[in-house]
Design a protein around this ligand. Structure first.
Ligand code: NAD
Ligand code: USQ
Length: 429
C-alpha cells in the first residue's frame, strides 16, 4: 500500500503509542489524538504505569529527533463532536485507528457512575466518529479496536464475527451471538453494532479487530530509547493478567489466580498487536463492508499462564507461588473455548508465541523498575462484580477543573462500598 494519512485515536495509551510508532516507522503519515483522560483516571485510581512515560509533546519530539519522522500530536476529546468533525474534515484521513476508549472491565464495574462513564465515553466517541466519517470522509477506513470479550465463552466454536445459521429450513449469515462479561465489554459490543449499522446504511468501511488480552511492552520502535516507553499497567484495575503475573513473579509475590483459573482467553504479544493493525490498514475493507478479525495468536487458561510463569522462573532456580483468590468477577471458571483466528494469518501475520524467554524478558524489564511497584496493587483485587468497589478501593476525588465535557463522574469513587441506591448520574456537568 502507498503511504497513508492515518489518525491514531488514543495515541497516549499502551497500544495507541506503540502502534503510532510502528505505522510511522513503516512510512505512514500519523496524526495522533488523545484527551489524556487515562492519565487523569490513573490519578483518580491511585495507579501508575510501571514504566515511566513521558508527556506526548516530549515523546513525539524524541521520535522525530531519533528517526526524522514526524507524528503530529493533537489534544482532543472524542466526546467533543465538533472537534471530531473538524479533525476528520480537515485531515481527510485514508484510515483511522480507534483505540480511544475506557478499556478496563473492573473500572466499569466499580459503581453506576463508572459504568455510565464507560458506556458514554466509548459509545459517544465512536458515534461522533461515525457521523463525521459519513459527512466528511466516507471513503476512509475505520479500524476499530474491539475485544474477544464481546463473544463471552459459548459452548460452541467462536467464528470471526459471523455465523451461518440454519433455522426452520432457512439459512442466513448472522452476527455471532454475543455474551459480554462486564459493562466495559458491553460497550465494545454496542460500538460493534453501531459501526456495523453505519456500514450498512451509509456505506462506510470498517474493520472491527476483536482483540484478545495483550502482554509485553517491547516493540522494535519502543525499545529504541527509554523515552519512547509505552505505558505498562500492573494494578488490579488496569493491569492485564499476564503482565500482572510477570510483575508479581519479579517482585516475589504470589501469582493471583482468580477462582479455579480455568477461564480461557485469547492472548497476543504487543508486537503482534501493532503488526495486525498495520495488516488491516494496508489491506483495507471494501466500501460498505463491515468485517471482523479475531486478533489473538494463542489461547490459554489463567491457570495455564500462571504455570508457565512459574516454570520460566524455575528454570532460573527461582521459586514462585500461585494463590487461588475468591473470584471477584462473575465468569465461568471451567468451560469450552475454541475461537477461530485465521483471517490475520491469511493476511500474513507472523505471530510471536509465548515462550519462557519472552516471560523472562518481561520479568527482566520489570526488575529494572521494581522500585516503582506498589505491592498493594498486586495483592487483592479491589472491584467485585456483585458489589462494585470494595473497602480496599482507594479512589480520590477528581478536581472539578479536570472534568470532561460529556462523560463525567458526578461523584468521585469513595473508599466505602457503594450504597445500594447510587446517586443519579449527571452527564452534563
Ligand atoms: P489505554 O487506557 O492504555 O489507552 C487508551 C487511550 O485512549 C488513553 O490514552 C486515553 O487517554 C484515551 N482515551 C480514552 N477516552 C478518550 C476520549 N474520549 N477521547 C480521547 N482519548 C480518549 O488502553 P489500551 O490498553 O491501549 O487499549 C486501547 C484499545 O484497545 C481499547 O479500546 C481497548 O478496548 C482495546 N483492547 C485492549 C486490550 C489490552 O489488553 N490492552 C485488549 C483488547 C482490546
Ligand atoms: N485474572 C486473574 N488474576 C488476575 C487478573 C485477572 O485470574 O490477577 C483473570 C480474570 O478473572 C479474567 C482473565 O484473567 O478471567 C483476564 O483478565 P484481564 O484483566 O487480563 O483481562 P480483561 O478484564 O478481559 O480485559 C483486558 C483488557 C481489555 C480487553 C480484554 C480482551 O483490559 O481492554 O478488551 O483484555 S478480552 O479478555 O479478550 O476481552
Amino acid at each position: 500500500m502507498e503511504r497513508a494519512r492515518v489518525v491514531v485515536l488514543g495515541v497516549d495509551g499502551y497500544l495507541g503509542w506503540a502502534t503510532a510508532l510502528h505505522l510511522s516507522a513503516a512510512g505512514h503519515d500519523v496524526i495522533g489524538i488523545d484527551s489524556l483522560v487515562r492519565r487523569r483516571w490513573d490519578r483518580e485510581c491511585g495507579t501508575r504505569s510501571l514504566l515511566p512515560i513521558r508527556s506526548m509533546p516530549e515523546r513525539v519530539k524524541l521520535w522525530q529527533r531519533l528517526t526524522g519522522r514526524r507524528i503530529e500530536w493533537r489534544h482532543m476529546d472524542m466526546c467533543d463532536a465538533r472537534a471530531v468533525t473538524e479533525l476528520v474534515s480537515e485531515v481527510q484521513p485514508q484510515a483511522l485507528v480507534h483505540f480511544a476508549e475506557q478499556r478496563s472491565a473492573p473500572f466499569s464495574m466499580i459503581d453506576l457512575p463508572h459504568a455510565a462513564l464507560t458506556q458514554v465515553n466509548n459509545l459517544v466517541g465512536t458515534l461522533n466518529l461515525l457521523f463525521a466519517l459519513r459527512d466528511h470522509a466516507p471513503n476512509a477506513h475505520l479500524i476499530k479496536l474491539g475485544t474477544m470479550g464481546e463473544y463471552g465463552t459459548p459452548n460452541i466454536d467462536i467464528e470471526e464475527g459471523f455465523i451461518v445459521i440454519t433455522h426452520n429450513g432457512r439459512q442466513d449469515r448472522l452476527p455471532f451471538p454475543m455474551q459480554p462479561g462486564s459493562f466495559y465489554h458491553l460497550s465494545k459490543l454496542h460500538d460493534s453494532h453501531n459501526i456495523q449499522f453505519a456500514c450498512r446504511i451509509w456505506g462506510l468501511r470498517a474493520t472491527d479487530l476483536h482483540q484478545g488480552v495483550v502482554y509485553g511492552s517491547r516493540t522494535d520502535e519502543v525499545v529504541m530509547h527509554p523515552g519512547l516507553a509505552t505505558r505498562f499497567d500492573y494494578d488490579a484495575i488496569w493491569g492485564t493478567v499476564l503482565n500482572r503475573f510477570c510483575i508479581q513473579a519479579a517482585v516475589g509475590l504470589p501469582l493471583t489466580v482468580y477462582g479455579k483459573g480455568g477461564q480461557t482467553r485469547g492472548f497476543l504479544d504487543i508486537r503482534d498487536t501493532v503488526a495486525c493493525v498495520r495488516l488491516a490498514l494496508e489491506n483495507p475493507a471494501s466500501q460498505g463492508e463491515y468485517r471482523v478479525f479475531n486478533q489473538f495468536t494463542e489461547q490459554f487458561s489463567v491457570k495455564n499462564l500462571a504455570d508457565k510463569v512459574r516454570q520460566a522462573r524455575a528454570a532460573h532456580g527461582l521459586k514462585t507461588s500461585i494463590v487461588h483468590l475468591p473470584n471477584p468477577r462473575v465468569e465461568r471458571e471451567e468451560h469450552y473455548y475454541n475461537a477461530k483466528h485465521q483471517k490475520l494469518l491469511d493476511l500474513g501475520l507472523q505471530p510471536h508465541y509465548l515462550g519462557e524467554t519472552l516471560i523472562e524478558s518481561i520479568v527482566a524489564t520489570v526488575e529494572k523498575h521494581a522500585a516503582r511497584v506498589d505491592p498493594v496493587e498486586l495483592e487483592q483485587p479491589n472491584v467485585d462484580w456483585r458489589h462494585g468497589g470494595t473497602p480496599g478501593w482507594s479512589g480520590v476525588p477528581t478536581p472539578a477543573s479536570e472534568t470532561q465535557p460529556v462523560a463525567v463522574l458526578s461523584r468521585a469513587p469513595k473508599r466505602r462500598r457503594p450504597s445500594p441506591a447510587p446517586d443519579p448520574v449527571r452527564l452534563d456537568a
